[in-house]
Design a protein around this ligand. Structure first.
Ligand SMILES: N[C@@H](CCC(=O)N[C@@H](CS)C(=O)NCC(=O)O)C(=O)O
Length: 251
């Protein structure tokens, strides 16, 4: 993927999407898949995962990715602002249904997967954990630990919370008449789950050519975590790539 810098992006109009360059960050990959599904084109802007990202801080008031910026509108830095902006820019096909009951369900399920303290957040705490006992602890790990709420106590509750969330996703999906989490068409929940599932079991190296060190970090080796990725949740992930997300990933 070709990236422009934050400095170049600031001077442009149109759609710009800030992404962690060189790595398949689940938040970013899900966003790319949703933008492609809606036919929204953008200039990709590079963020350094775990880096200082001073220019991004000055532009958007924060240092994480993804961020979607449309013309002179405020940068959408939070996942819900981001998918809402994408739906306003291109209402069809929708990422979140408009009918209130389905909308509430879809938003809640997305929060369980991609929101603060959700599945991705808890899994990330487990990934940060081994880096915190290195001597010295790398700056990147210190930044991520600070930003994403790392503590011994937070790590201690990560696996049970992932178990709870995955059990709920499994139960919810099993109760659906069709293949998708909400309604009869893919939406944000499906795109988030397909991409976040890689934090337990990444796609093959041919489909996801991520660096080996990152693949090791993403691959769950704890049998308790492996069991969270039920056959139904895995089949849903595979269905999303077969039908709705282009492979190989390009980051
Ligand atoms: N504020 C974002 C957070 C997204 C997020 O967690 N981004 C991670 C993706 S791996 C990130 O940028 N990590 C690297 C960093 O913070 O430098 C949201 O709510 O969507």
């Amino acid at each position: 993927m070709d990236y422009i810098t934050v400095e170049e992006a600031r001077d442009r109009e149109g759609l710009r999407l800030v992404l962690s360059a060189g790595v398949p960050g689940p938040w970013g990959e899900a966003t790319k898949a949703m933008m492609a599904y809606k036919g929204l084109d953008y200039a990709a802007v590079s963020q350094e995962g775990g880096g200082e990202n001073a220019a991004l801080l000055e532009w958007t008031g924060q240092t994480s990715a993804p961020v979607l910026v449309a013309d002179d509108l405020p940068p959408a830095c939070h996942w819900l602002d981001l998918i809402s902006l994408a739906d306003r820019l291109q209402p069809s096909p929708p990422l979140i249904p408009t009918a209130p009951e389905q909308r509430a369900m879809a938003t809640g399920l997305c929060a369980l997967i991609a929101g603060a303290d959700g599945f991705g957040w808890q899994r990330r705490l487990l990934m940060i954990h081994p880096m915190m006992s290195l001597d010295p602890v790398p700056d990147l790990s210190l930044r991520l630990a600070h930003k994403y709420g790392y503590s011994e106590q937070a790590v201690a509750q990560a696996v049970p919370r992932i178990q709870e969330i995955c059990a709920y996703l499994e139960q919810h999906l099993a109760a659906q008449a069709g293949d998708y989490f909400v309604g009869d068409a893919p939406g944000a929940v499906d795109f988030y789950w397909a991409n976040f599932a890689g934090m337990l079991k990444p796609l093959s190296p041919a489909d996801n050519p991520m660096p080996d060190w990152l693949r090791d970090l993403y691959t769950a080796t704890d049998p308790v975590l492996q069991a969270c990725f039920t056959p139904r949740l895995e089949a849903h992930r595979d269905m999303m790539y077969q039908r709705h997300i282009a492979l190989p990933l390009d980051f």
